[in-house]
Design a protein. Structure first.
Ligand SMILES: [Cu+2]
Length: 201
């Protein structure tokens, strides 16, 4: 086996590897880019998710915390995306009882009462990919949608419909515009090769 080794070359590669390991940003910036664009979303842009589907790799929300508040009988935010395993901190900012009744595929995942103002509870049950529906059994007008996604390349547009997703690895993908409340989904395929690509809906 020793006859296959070429010490000089291995030496150079090792030095290069150590150098790049010390500056991981140099590695990713060469092969990653930004997706920007504008979508038509009228007055409900905050309800829309934009995400890249099926990026090679594995991500977990284990170290992430997101807050779902209850304010003036509304869930805030009404729509959010998370990585699987993200801890959601449930919060009641109202001076009355709410309960957070969460469903996945129409089955109850959990149901927690928060009777007091300022009360919080935490859960990390959002382990499946897909759409969770959150309702309050006391106030039927209250709803929220938590969408668990495979990778961190997601965002919401601003109020004028502009969005940006940074540091996406180069590749050919599908970009999804998704309204989880209406269950409306529009796909656009794109190729990210250079520094940026524009995808409008
Ligand atoms: Cu309520």
């Amino acid at each position: 086996m020793h006859s296959f080794r070429r010490p000089g070359r291995v030496g150079v590669c090792s030095i290069l590897f150590v150098f790049l390991s010390a500056f991981p940003c140099l590695v990713s910036s060469a092969s990653a880019g930004t997706i920007t664009g504008r979508i038509t979303c009228g007055s409900h842009c905050d309800n829309i998710l934009i995400y890249v589907e099926d990026v090679p790799g594995q991500w977990s929300g284990e170290d992430e915390v997101a807050v779902l508040d209850q304010v003036n009988k509304e869930y805030v935010p009404h729509v959010m995306a998370v990585l699987p395993g993200t801890t959601i901190r449930l919060q009641n900012s109202d001076p009355e009882l709410h309960n957070v009744h969460t469903y996945f595929n129409k089955e109850t995942v959990f149901n927690i009462s928060l009777p007091f103002q300022g009360q919080t509870a935490e859960t990390d049950v959002f382990t499946e990919l897909g759409r969770y529906v959150v309702l309050c059994d006391v106030h039927t007008e209250m709803s929220a949608y938590i969408v668990s996604l495979q990778n961190p390349y997601f965002t919401k547009p601003d109020k004028d419909g502009f969005y940006e997703i940074e540091n996406v690895p180069a590749g050919k993908y599908t970009l999804v515009k998704y309204d989880p409340e209406e269950k409306e989904r529009v796909d656009k395929s794109f190729v990210l090769q250079g520094e940026s690509v524009t995808v409008d809906f």
